[in-house]
Design a protein around this ligand. Sequence first.
Ligand SMILES: [Zn+2]
Ligand SMILES: [Zn+2]
Length: 223
Amino acid sequence: MTHKRIDLHMHSLFSDGELLPSELARRALVLGHEAIAITDHVDYSNINTITEISDAIDDINNKWDITVVLGAEITHAPVESIPELADKARELGAKIVLVHGETLNEPVVEGTNFASVNCKEVDILAHPGLITHEEAKIAKKNNVALEISTRKGHCLGNGHVANIARELGNDLLIDTDTHSPDDIITFERAIEIGLGAGLTKEEVLKATVDNPKKILKRHGINL
Ligand SMILES: [Zn+2]
Ligand SMILES: [Zn+2]
């Protein structure tokens, strides 16, 4: 069976990405994507962006053969604000809520991973770096998926994330964190990156096919 790509972590120029939602969707469609989530960076300054791109997303969904999902990535916010920002994102229409995790690559506030896995409104903890056993256990209990990142720098923790997820049974995703056209990858490339992180073929398929579908289904999107 041939599978199509699903990427639940992408940025448009409504945060620091380079492309409009339409071009992002068009390029993803051409590279064989079945669904993408546009998850622009948000804090209290710009969380209303979620409503600004919803018309474009509806337009694309009505006319093209790709599912575009409205999302948000809570980024570098004070840890105490994460639950409230997640609720607000949901209220504004975000289907997929990510938090920008404690990557090895940026000075993300310590405690971000812990606050995120404890927030049931969070779907995905992006690039969770050196996530602890305790945090991974809570993530599992609260259905917060962990991300294997294909992005330069953020990917440095992938091996650790793959190991801990295997040990504790966390759901994994393989997402790009796309900011530029060249960041978008094919399904085959996602498989390679998962294998490179130490996942088995079976685990990679779960992370690229079953788990993203499971998250979308939870929010009423059936592919
Ligand atoms: Zn960014
Ligand atoms: Zn991101």
